[in-house]
Design a protein around this ligand. Sequence first.
Ligand code: M6R
Length: 610
Amino acid sequence: MCGIIGYIGEKNCVPILLNGLKRLEYRGYDSAGLALINNGTASVIKNKGKVSLLQEKVDSLNLSAKLGIGHTRWATHGVPNEINAHPHHNHKKNLFVIHNGIIENYQTLREGLRQMGYSFLSETDSEVLPHLIDSFLQKGFDLFKAVRLALSEVEGTYGIAVIYEGEPNKIVAARKGSPLIVGVGENENFVASDVSAILAHTKQVAYLEDGELVEIYKDKFITKTISDTEIAKEVHEISMTLDQIDKGGYPHFMLKEIMEQPDSVTNSLRGRILFKKGTAKLGGLESVTEQLTNSKRIIISACGTSWHSGLVGEYMLEQFARIPTEVEYASEFRYRNPIITPEDTVFFISQSGETADTLAALREAKIRGALVLGICNVVGSSIARGSMAGVYIHAGPEIGVASTKAFTSQLIVLALITLLIARKKHLSLIDGKSIAEELKNIPQKIEEILKLNSHIEMIAEQFKDAKNFLYLGRGYNFPVALEGALKLKEISYIHAEGYPAAEMKHGPIALIDENMPVVFIAPKDSTYEKIVSNIEEIKARKGRIIAIASQSDNEIDKLVDYTIKVPDTIRMLMPILTVIPLQLLAYHIAVKKGLNVDQPRNLAKSVTVE
Ligand code: M6R
């Protein structure tokens, strides 16, 4: 949600922190701040708004320091303003804390601290932390112990970094439910909530686990549990490159990520199809393949776009693997006492691997003894590490808040998993081979659809002022209708709803008039004739229609206002193609409305709070 970066070393950390914050801005972006300690003297600079505004303020002050922390915020408690921005400090202004997550018992802690004489400036839950830590410093504990003791009183989630004028040779950081890594450099070390913040400086990282604290010096770091046991940490080399997290000449990350899909999908497929055997090979599932294949039931749990890919997965798994499959919002799953048995497999799908609801649902499924598998993009993320086994989608870093390439790569992985199970059960070699062949052709077909970019931009121009949109699809393309509507609403702020096309007559048809654009996902498949009837029903009520149709369909042009033609493929893979025009349509409408597509209002890339 929010972003954390910290530096200790020999260099001036001010540009390092600011550049790191810019990289983290996609996680949250309503205010930002730095705390620095230079020659034993602390300073703090905060600003409402984007990191560029903080940068202007910092530039005018000509600051320099070799120890500092920085934060970019996405408000949960308290409006976005300078006072609520992090870092927060104690009353002496010599101890600074940045915090991601939510302190659930902050009111109780605040009350206790008030009785001890502490006063508060902000409306945030986070501000209790510097005062609570301060209260232990006052009792004579050193910074590390003071942080440890303070955190043992905290309920909720946190990723924190703390610096203190009294101990200017270290950063103390801790994690519970909010990701944190230590970046290891040459005579310099970092802490960050996300690799992208420090990638320009090091590729060596250690992942903190929940309940761990770390004392970071410029030449070493010491990790302990909250109960004070020292633990040895493995340092991993990450493969991500800086190019992958830059815009690469595109005006927005979202467009870059849409355009990258032929490559991202290729990466998701790489080495995973066994063409001769008509099946898939997924190294991450080898140890559990038998248990997975024999599952009595599959549950897929996720949020947002990942939940939509789960819905497509349900269709795939039930059609080909013939295992009853249910898809659950992670946020509902975790609270509704779900029936789960050891014969169930629960997949958790998450681009970031850090979504709080999904992570909590994963823990619940584990406690109940199910086989818990992850489908994640971010390597080493909490969901990936918390799963018993799993598959990385290998889509590469996704920075735009609207998920695009992660969705298509999730669908590829779900298709591979389906193929793997189905071939172990009922699917014939011939049918397995034809799915494998079709999978291989998907990147090329995406390439063809992307060539329609300017045609889609022209359509966007016609519809940019619409106030509402309806997206309709059937079967495998019903989840695509949901995803198309989500893409539009999150970046263009146009109200949009997705529906199964046949449900239209049970209510939404009342909305149709000349002001209601309707997007039909209508490839030539077994429900095509029925979709055409729905199109007629909309036309009769003067609705304006955009159809995502098959290249071979020459009839549909006569029925609708605009068509976007996609190549044919087998039904189970069609969503990977039909979603691409919807991503581009949403993108162009948002750009034409002058909106910030990469950082839409009120949203953050990774939702690490409930
Ligand atoms: O990182 P995750 O896949 O777990 O994220 C889940 C949702 O927060 C995410 O898909 C969100 O809905 C996107 N903004 C959609 O574009």
